[in-house]
Design a protein. Structure first.
Length: 289
């Protein structure tokens, strides 16, 4: 994961943020010194666990004036059901050496529930003498933990609870090896609103309600007879999306007759993608073929 100053670089489970920072030392109301530095955060979530960690590194500081001897404190909290265990060293001096530490997290999301929140960071400073230094705060990219992958009667998990960064839209690539279905997707993505095509149109969004997904499929494939034995009606966008059925204009959707064995595999691959990437109801994603 690439780290860039002033940017949040992240995918579904990894985040690297470099925060530019400055501590200004005041004597009364007069600024008398500065310490300029950066703080690098690297957080790695786990898609099958509610426990994860973050490394934090404060860079060596460029110090001027009366900013020598500043001691740094860092507190971390997260909202919702999340708890942060802060192991970052406290009251170390800003200056010629970097300061590194770790924060451990745990979320206690309940069965069939989700918990979306952020980590909140508060920097505090101290320096002997008649000086004051304002505290500063910021927060992380939003992360989400859930325990929503259960059987229809909720008697067994189909995927362990875990966490992702929902602001990153994952890409489904498992349709590539289903040639007839892949061709239908390419044909539909090439026209109209280019739905689901990365860098071309808007993403698709999961529809988790099986009743609505069934209605979507019935709306475009219902009542049609295959032109030959062994063929099945394939629709794009998928019935299990908010864009499925007749939700979109005719030029942005389409059906094709594909071999039964491809249709049989498609549903399982979509479900596997949802679980692996923790794509919940309404979550956005791309389809690449």
């Amino acid at each position: 994961m690439t780290c860039e100053e002033g940017k949040d670089n992240f995918n579904r489970t990894e985040l690297c943020t470099v925060v530019p920072a400055i501590a200004i030392v005041y004597e009364g109301v007069k600024p008398v010194g500065t310490a300029v530095y950066t703080i690098t955060h690297k957080m790695t979530l786990k898609t099958k666990s509610l426990k994860w960690s973050e490394s934090i590194e404060v860079s060596p500081a460029v110090v001027s004036g009366e900013a020598t001897g500043i001691r740094l404190g860092l507190s971390v909290i997260c909202g919702g059901k999340c708890s942060a265990i802060n192991k970052f060293p406290q009251q170390r001096t800003l200056g010629g050496r970097s300061i590194s530490g770790k924060v451990n997290y745990i979320d206690r999301v309940a069965k069939n529930q989700q918990d979306q929140t952020t980590a909140h960071y508060l920097l505090t400073f101290s320096k002997p003498g008649p000086y004051t230094i304002d505290a500063s705060s910021y927060e992380s990219v939003s992360f989400r933990c859930d325990d929503t992958f259960w059987s229809r009667i909720s008697d067994r998990r189909t995927q362990r609870a875990g966490c992702v960064f929902p602001g990153y839209y994952p890409t489904m690539e498992s349709m590539k090896s289903l040639p007839w279905i892949a061709k239908n997707i390419r044909d539909v993505q090439a026209r109209g609103g280019h739905y689901g095509k990365l860098n071309a149109g808007p993403p698709l969004h999961r529809e988790a309600d099986p009743v609505k997904a069934g209605q979507n499929r019935q709306a475009v494939c219902g009542g049609q007879r295959p032109p030959a034995q062994g063929l099945s009606c394939d629709e794009y966008p998928f019935a299990s999306t908010r864009e499925g059925g007749t939700s979109l204009p005719a030029n942005s959707r389409g059906i094709a007759w594909v071999p039964d064995h491809e249709q049989d595999r498609q549903g399982g691959r979509i479900g596997t993608f949802h679980k692996k990437q923790r794509v919940l109801d309404g979550d956005a994603f791309w389809v690449e073929v």
